[in-house]
Design a protein around this ligand. Structure first.
Ligand code: OTU
Length: 651
């Protein structure tokens, strides 16, 4: 019945389409629209059906899709068809990512184009260029306060520089990943400016309130994201004489998705960038898209409906384009951003594996893998056509957002344990080698997060300062150990620029008044290319890290068992310092890889006979994928030196 309604509506809409649009050859467009229309209509109706202008908004939506389809370049349309045919293409072990700032790694987009060969040398083929859209000076949140979604920020380059970069990347068979900041705009965006000037049409793009009544109700249950520098979730705007919802910084105005015009504008922006050749879109802060009084205003059901709608629409115009969900939320919530259908991702094909990231940092600090094992065991299975983005560090802080029940299960008290982690990584815990900083301490809740570069958090900086060769060596081993896990876990590993050569905290941000109050800048370095050159000089830290990572990346790419087809089994070891799993080649089940890591600073044993997979019992046949050698066995047990990892298969 409902399908008939949607069919007849689609017929009406097609009759009403702008004459220019109906002239075009829209064969693929109509096939895809027909296939997705019932879903699109149902979602749009669920979100906006009560409105008087529902039908005209629905027409706007379809016209937007048609216009962007017509604008989609032929080469990208051809790519769409190839990717539709091979629809699990992104689960391959051959993908290898890096996130970088074009003006940190390089001097802007044009210079970045000249440095692609360095990335290729390491094996990177999935390149996340951190936000490059226009932002106001000073009030930019590192690119996440966008004032024009269709312009490149002049500080990094121009649209034509991006086009050159994108071509350079495509030539080398790499993928381009860009951010779309869906949740908010800068207060200097045209829409915000018009709202400030009194245009109610644009005030409806945001959450604006004349009195504190509604804001106060919201505040009762909303959290604070940046309590130290942007307390509260509403900001008084003197021009409008109204309160505006500003969940992040005061200059980041939350978009109001109860207004279908906002949805259509943002969809148009997604499709605009899809048509510029972006392969993958990182959708920022997706958990925040829908606000409801009486809730935390995160992970709301409607936020998921919006993402499904974005996905279904994008599938009509640019089915080759993937979405990454950036939802740094509780473990059971993150997984929902793939969609909750049985097999196919209906929201985002890729999601940041923030749970794994935080658990890795727990294992480093505690020198054991109890919580890491428990936290991963509790993680629900993900969909088949969906994959993780596995990372150790990124441009943001580290939050210890694992599940309280898991923390208790392994014998810690959640509050005290998190406090320990914050103390450990800020270097306040006796004996900690870490040199990080506390980010956004909230005295009301006691919450705090951590800033700092991988190398500084892991102990490399302190070891270098103390000229302690042994500690330097251990820090290098820990960096490699963490990477061995994100490379083998299943999903796309995402390196963070600079980590491949052990870049330390960069405190120059303190001299810039626009950055000084946000210590996340300490781990957004300007790369020193003299240090990069040291990767070719034997004996240097840069050499040891870069060359080993390069080798590991090459091994990953040639190991089909590392592709992500839900082919991982955690292993239960009888030694809490060890963590491991078995990966199986989904096309050849006998082809298995045993991954084991030692999180302790003392050597540890693994009794191989405890493994259920009997093929790993024959120790003589074990072979290291990286060195080609047989691993160390003592009294029938596998021996791992401090912070050693092994990727083993059976020859
Ligand atoms: C994201 O961050 C970005 O990665 C940050 O760099 C931005 O400041 C922020 O959005 C606003 O655009 O929203 O879902 O704790 O982890 O704010 C998670 C800070 C986000 C970030 C969090 C995150």
């Amino acid at each position: 019945m409902y399908e008939q309604i949607s069919h007849s509506l689609l017929n009406d809409i097609l009759d009403d389409l702008h004459p220019e649009i109906s002239k075009e050859d829209l064969r693929h467009f109509y096939t895809r629209l027909g296939a997705n229309f019932y879903a699109i209509y149902t979602l749009f109706f669920t979100l906006y059906g009560q409105r008087d202008d529902f039908k005209s908004q629905m027409l706007n939506l379809v016209e937007t899709l048609a216009r962007q389809y017509i604008a989609r370049p032929d080469n990208l349309q051809a790519l769409d068809v190839i990717r539709e045919d091979n629809h699990t293409w992104f689960l391959s072990q051959e993908l290898m990512g890096m996130a970088l700032y074009s003006n940190g790694f390089a001097d802007g987009l044009r210079d970045l184009s000249t440095k692609i060969s360095y990335l290729q040398e390491l094996g990177i083929n999935f390149l996340h260029v951190m936000p490059i859209l226009q932002c106001p000076q000073g009030k930019s949140d590192g690119g996440y306060a966008v004032s024009d979604f269709r312009e490149i920020d002049a500080r990094v380059g121009s649209l034509s520089d991006l086009r050159v970069l994108s071509e350079e990347i495509k030539k080398r068979d790499m993928l381009l990943v860009l951010d779309i900041v869906l949740n908010h705009t800068s207060d200097e965006h045209q829409w915000a400016k018009k709202a400030k000037a009194g245009e109610t049409q644009y005030q409806d793009y945001y959450y604006c309130f004349k009195t504190r009544e509604i804001p106060d109700m919201f505040e009762q249950t909303m959290l604070e994201i940046f309590p130290e520098i942007a307390p509260g979730n509403f900001t008084w705007n003197p021009e409008m004489q109204q309160w505006v919802m500003t969940v992040f910084h005061q200059y980041q105005w939350d978009l109001n998705y109860t207004n279908p015009a906002v949805f259509i504008e943002m969809l148009d922006i997604i499709l605009f960038w899809a048509n510029q050749g972006v392969d993958v879109m990182r959708l920022d802060a997706v958990a925040f898209l829908w606000k409801k009084i009486g809730t935390m205003c995160q992970n709301e059901h409607e936020a998921h409906l919006l993402l499904q709608l974005f996905k279904d629409c994008c599938q009509v115009v640019a089915p080759g384009v993937l979405f990454i969900a950036e939802a740094i939320v509780a473990p059971v919530e993150i997984i929902k951003y793939f969609g909750e259908d049985a097999v196919i991702a209906k929201e985002c094909e890729i999601a940041y594996n923030a749970t794994f990231m935080a658990l890795l940092w727990d294992a480093v600090a505690t020198k054991n893998s109890k919580l890491l094992y428990q936290g991963l065991k509790s993680l629900p299975h993900k969909l088949d056509r969906a994959t993780w983005l596995n990372y150790v560090r990124c441009h943001d802080d580290i939050g210890f957002g694992f599940d309280d029940n898991d923390i208790r299960h392994v014998g810690y008290e959640p509050h005290a344990h998190r406090q320990f982690l914050v103390d450990y990584y800020s270097g306040q815990f006796e004996g900690s080698p870490a040199k990080g900083s506390v980010f956004m301490y909230n005295p009301r809740t006691g919450d705090a997060r951590i800033s700092g570069s991988l190398a500084s958090l892991i102990g490399l900086q302190r070891a270098i300062e103390q000229e302690n060769l042994e500690q330097i060596d251990l820090a290098i081993k820990k960096i490699l150990l963490l990477h061995s896990l994100i490379l083998s876990f299943g999903g796309i590993p995402l390196l963070y620029y600079g980590d491949e050569i052990g870049t330390l905290n960069d405190c120059s941000y303190l001299e810039d008044s626009a950055k000084a109050d946000d210590n996340r800048w300490m781990h957004r370095p300007k790369i020193n290319w003299n240090n990069v050159a040291l990767r070719n000089q034997q004996g240097t830290i840069e050499y040891k890290l870069f060359q080993t990572l390069k080798k590991m990346i090459a091994v990953r790419k040639s190991t089909p068992a590392f592709a992500d087809f839900n082919n991982r089994e955690l292993i239960e070891t009888d030694n809490p310092h060890l963590f491991g799993f078995i990966r199986s080649n989904h096309q050849q089940l006998n082809d298995k890889v045993l991954v084991v890591c030692n999180f302790n600073d003392l050597p540890q044993y693994l009794d191989l006979s405890v493994l259920e997979h009997k093929i790993f019992h024959e120790q003589g046949r074990l072979r290291s994928l990286c060195s080609g050698r047989t691993p160390a066995i003592y009294e029938k047990r596998l021996v791992l030196s401090p912070y050693q990892f092994e990727w083993l298969n059976v020859s």
